[in-house]
Design a protein around this ligand. Structure first.
Ligand SMILES: [Zn+2]
Length: 217
């Protein structure tokens, strides 16, 4: 009986019956519209079979598609929903998906073309999520830019987080980075580096190579 709930769902709109009643609560805070978790809170999707302890790639994707289906509930109220593994191992995806490129090239080579680097400013940091924004003049370029899985935040050559979402629909495009729990936040200017997409099926001409503190400070 329990076993059937542990099976990962392959349906986008999984039938959530039997998982326990959803009891949404107000998030501890909101920043840039993003609900932020309090101590005993987790994310759940309206029709999801899992609960999320952090802002992982899956949460970011869902928030981008259907923000109203992303709910916050108390950990005590998750019912039979299972813990999301992406949340537990936020950087595992690099080794699982298109990991070869990342492992052979832990740090991207300097990009000679200056227009492939876009300056970012810190909009805020809260609950392990870093919010960075770009100027309105980069809205068009970032609208043509995809975020592929496991896009790193590099600080001093170390992978200190992953870029989970790029929202280019705003006047000042917003980048949302999930910080590694062990990472120390560094204030100051950042930048985003673009490259060609790794995926053959890419629908956009650019992808984010990495996010990093801006040099020369
Ligand atoms: Zn998750």
């Amino acid at each position: 009986m329990i076993r059937k709930y542990l099976k990962p769902s392959h349906h986008a709109h999984a039938d959530a019956r039997g998982l326990g009643e959803l009891k949404p609560v107000e998030p501890a805070a909101r920043r840039e519209g993003v609900p932020l978790l309090g101590d005993d809170q987790v994310y759940v999707m309206k029709y999801g079979r899992e609960y999320h302890t952090g802002w992982c790639q899956i949460v970011g994707d869902n928030w981008g598609r259907t923000p109203r289906a992303l709910l916050v509930t108390r950990l005590a109220d998750v019912g039979a929903r299972t813990r999301c593994q992406e949340c537990d191992r936020p950087f595992k995806a690099a080794g699982e998906s298109s990991g070869q490129e990342y492992q052979m090239q832990p740090r991207p080579a300097p990009e000679p073309s200056p227009d492939a680097v876009i300056p970012l400013t810190v909009k805020g940091v809260a609950h392990g999520i870093l919010f960075l924004s770009a100027g309105p003049e980069y809205k068009e370029l970032l609208g043509e830019t995809a975020v592929e899985p496991a896009t790193p935040l590099y600080v001093g050559g170390r992978r200190d987080g992953i870029l989970v979402r790029l929202d280019a629909a705003r006047v000042e495009p917003l980048l949302i980075v999930q910080l590694d729990p062990r990472a120390t936040f560094r204030d100051g200017p950042y930048q985003v580096r673009l490259r060609r997409p790794l995926q053959r099926s890419a629908t956009k001409p650019y992808a984010v190579a990495s996010v990093e503190p801006a040099p020369g400070r």
